[in-house]
Design a protein. Structure first.
Length: 173
């Protein structure tokens, strides 16, 4: 056996047969290295294979795409419904909160005539009657059904009612 560090020529080396039969002895042709353009030629693109997927976007599985589209569509629908309901509620609140000048004027006149606590109060309650067979509009066909005078007395803790039915109205010839 030769000394360590001594290399036998390939014909005498017992490992040469292994390398010759099991390993490729020729180097496959290599493409030219990518040029940066400094050698006067235009820059070359690096070689690629059909298996090179570095520049491609990975496609999601079908179930994931279906789930994402369904979820996105439901979210968009919920946002649209929420916006429409919010707009509708805002209109209702705006109608209730904004008072006309006539309403504000009548409120100021009512506030002066409100009774104070502990004093008796009298109120007129009018019941109305409406029949669709009498006419087309409610303004022409509505009439008072009953009239009631209600008196609340907090000192005696009594409520008095006086009912005036519609039948008391008679024509005098």
């Amino acid at each position: 056996m030769p000394k360590a560090g001594f290399i036998l020529p390939p014909a005498r080396d017992p490992r040469a047969q292994f390398f010759r039969t099991h390993l490729a002895t020729e180097t496959p042709p290599q493409p030219a290295p990518a040029s940066s353009g400094s050698d006067g030629e235009p820059p070359r693109r690096p070689p690629y294979s059909i298996y090179d997927t570095r520049g491609q976007k990975r496609r999601r599985p079908r179930w994931a795409r279906i789930a994402l589209w369904t979820g996105g569509s439901l979210l968009a629908l919920i946002l649209v419904v929420t916006a429409v309901v919010g707009w509708w509620v805002h209109g209702l609140v705006d109608k209730v909160g904004n008072l006309s000048a006539a309403v504000k004027g009548s409120q100021s006149s009512l506030n002066q005539q409100l009774p104070t606590a502990g004093q008796p109060v009298t109120a007129l309650v009018i019941g109305s009657d409406f029949r669709a067979s009498d006419g087309a509009t409610a303004a022409n066909t509505s009439r008072s059904d009953t009239l009631m005078l209600v008196r609340l007395d907090p000192s005696t803790k009594h409520i008095s009612l006086l009912s005036l039915p519609r039948d008391l109205h008679v024509t005098i010839p």
